[in-house]
Design a protein around this ligand. Structure first.
Ligand code: TGC
Length: 387
């Protein structure tokens, strides 16, 4: 497993515990041996390599920051490092780990009954069961408060009606965590996906995240028993508490995509000759590489800082917004600069850069757009709400 070229300047290991280094190397080996060999073709073919889910479970990556129920109970930084290494291969596989572990499993772990946890979490940690998280709706993802999906009581049962969009993994999931309006505010429901009235259809035509699945979901009078509701969550703070977890993983993950692009550019700069010498010997190329490295290193150090705050229990949503906004925005800039260093060949799949660039546009959009995070930070700074 190759050492990233950026390590020549940035020694992250020096700041990590031995346990964190072990998780990082394990994920790097997984990404190198199990994802990278096929990812370009899978992206081209829009192919979701389902057998990797159980392998991710066996490696301990699914719900790895959770305690008990077959989960690894690893530190926040360890989880972040795994996200970074997986996303260095492809954002789609980091997204799977986020949807399964940070969203679906976190929702059950945080808000579920003991029966719900026992029923779902061990199988999900092993990758034998897949979960999805259905919050976003077709009428707009930035304002979940406006959701139209409703859950009404019918005797002891609940009946769910509505539509969701951009729901990762829904067509291959065993259980969906569905958020719906009730008379008592937004509640979460565990919907086994074989339940009558639940339909998930993969969204076609994506030019981003092509090796992973995002779906339209229809809930057409889905009838659930009374105990399908998550007892510990009432109101939007329920799903937002899960988004915090997923956003934290993205803070790290996007830097993995950035590292992959930076490494590709460094490698190319050493071998590609134009005007009679390697482009890496030219000042403009070195200036670009230096700027890319500076933003990569700053982004990873910010992620590490947020991870240490998370472990202490003091990490705030506004601080997570700073990280998500910075990591994805800078990763996109780094990918763009890498593409320019690669020249025309940079638009082919000889290099991973255009794939990362395309993927990162999805990552920029889900889990809060740049603009949403700017407004969350703005509110924290001014005390005034601008949305
Ligand atoms: P507001 O309606 O005022 O607040 C509602 C309640 O939520 C609380 N809250 C939070 N709690 C925990 N963590 C956070 N980050 C929270 N943010 C808000 C808030 O305190 C309040 O609690 P309570 O007890 O008083 O009721 O909402 P707001 O004004 O705070 O938030 C507005 C805004 C725009 C920031 C929020 O709506 C937002 O973050 N919008 C973006 C939503 C988003 O990220 N959507 C993408 C989801 S990704 C997805 O669904 C697909 S997952 C990926 C996949 O499946 O592939």
């Amino acid at each position: 497993v190759a050492t990233p070229l950026v390590d020549a300047v940035f020694d992250l290991d020096e700041l990590l515990t031995p346990e964190e280094v072990v998780w990082s190397r394990k994920a790097r080996a997984f990404a190198t041996n199990r994802i990278l060999p096929t990812i370009e073709q899978d992206f081209e073919d829009r192919f979701f390599r389902a057998e990797l889910v159980a392998e991710l479970g066996a490696a301990g990556f699914l719900g790895m920051h959770l305690e008990g129920y077959g989960c690894a109970g690893a530190s926040a930084v360890s989880y972040g490092l795994v996200c970074l290494e997986l996303e260095a291969a492809d954002s789609g596989w980091r997204t799977l780990v986020s949807v399964q572990g940070s969203l679906a499993m976190s929702a059950i772990h945080k808000y579920g009954s003991e029966d719900q946890k026992q029923r779902w979490l061990p199988g999900m940690a092993a990758g034998a069961l897949i979960g999805c998280f259905a919050l976003t709706e077709p009428t707009g993802g930035s304002d979940p408060a406006a959701m139209r999906t409703i859950a009404r009581r019918d005797g002891d049962d609940w009946v769910l009606t509505g539509t969701k969009r951009w729901i990762g993994l829904a067509s291959v999931a065993d259980v969906a965590v569905v958020w719906a309006q009730t008379d008592a505010g937004v509640r979460g429901f565990l919907v086994p996906t074989e339940t009558a009235g639940f339909t998930a259809t993969p969204i076609a035509g994506k030019l981003s995240m092509r090796a992973s699945i995002q779906c339209d979901v229809t809930l057409d009078g889905v009838r659930l028993p009374g105990d399908a509701v998550l007892p510990g969550a009432t109101g939007l703070s329920g799903p937002f508490g899960c988004l915090n977890e997923a956003r934290f993983g993205i803070v790290w993950g996007a830097m993995g995509a950035a590292r992959s692009c930076l490494d590709a550019a460094i490698g190319r700069s050493r071998s590609r000759e134009v005007f009679g010498r390697p482009i890496g010997a030219m000042q403009l190329t070195q200036a670009k590489l230096a700027d890319m490295l500076v933003e990569y290193e700053k982004g990873v150090l910010l992620a590490l800082h947020l991870g240490r705050l998370k472990k202490r229990g003091t990490l705030t949503p506004a601080q997570i917004s700073v990280g998500k906004l910075n990591s994805v925005r800078e990763a996109i800039r780094i990918a763009g600069l890498a593409r320019s260093i690669l020249g025309g060949d940079g638009v082919t799949n000889e290099f991973p850069v255009m794939r990362h660039l395309a993927n990162l546009e999805s990552v920029r959009t889900y889990e809060g757009t740049d603009e949403i995070h700017q407004l969350v930070i703005g509110r924290a700074l001014t005390g005034m709400t601008a949305f």
